[in-house]
Ligand binder design. Structure first.
Ligand code: AMP
Length: 186
């Protein structure tokens, strides 16, 4: 099963991606986590990316796309993957379609986690990550609205919308149910 997870920062995408990855047995690929690992290990990519994460800006697409392309060549993605935080712009979505097309495959569905902006800010302030100060949260929401939200139209035919306001287990249950009803067990 090849899935993309969409939703504003703070929608609980990462947590849901982790659970779903265990439910359906495909790797969880979070570009945010990949960048944070590069930064922690002080790799050249980490050095190039860190100021963008600090500011809540998108890392330039070429760096991001190359990193994802490489990750998708790892054999654990053979039976599918769950992309969390990628694509985050139309250009990235087009690059992804291209990469998958070259391999004769495509996405099975795009899960869209829907949540109110006030709840999002509250959640992000509570989790206390380095890039979670209020000003940076606001910038990330702005970047989401401008760059990422257009993907809801781009993927309109493939979207499965999920109400992400509930408790973690409830949202996971909803996600599995909707996925089963819409996609089955491919
Ligand atoms: P996340 O953990 O998904 O909230 O991502 C944290 C930060 O990593 C974002 O604010 C961006 O700076 C960077 N990032 C993650 N994914 C992408 C992406 N697909 N394109 C550009 N930057 C990204």
């Amino acid at each position: 099963m090849r899935l993309v997870l969409l939703g504003p920062p703070g929608a609980g995408k990462g947590t849901q991606a982790q659970l779903l990855s265990e439910n359906i047995g495909v790797p969880h690929i979070s570009t945010g986590d990949l960048f944070r690992t590069h930064i922690a290990q002080n790799t050249p990519l980490g050095k190039a990316a860190s100021r963008f994460l600090d500011a809540g800006e998108l890392v330039p697409s070429t760096l991001t796309i190359d990193m994802v392309r490489e990750r998708l060549t790892v054999p654990d993605t053979q039976n599918g993957f769950l992309l969390d935080g990628f694509p985050r712009s139309i250009a990235q979505a087009e690059a992804l379609a291209h990469t998958l097309g070259d391999r004769g495959i495509k996405l099975n569905a795009v899960l869209s986690f829907v949540i109110d902006e006030d709840v999002v800010v509250e959640r992000m302030l509570a989790r206390g990550r380095a890039d979670d100060s209020e000003m940076i949260i606001r910038n990330r929401l702005k970047v989401y609205a401008e760059e990422t939200a257009p993907l809801l139209d781009y993927y309109a035919d493939q979207i499965i919308a999920i109400d992400a306001a509930g408790e973690v287990d409830e949202v996971n249950r909803l996600t599995q149910m909707k996925l089963h009803n819409n996609v089955g067990t491919r």
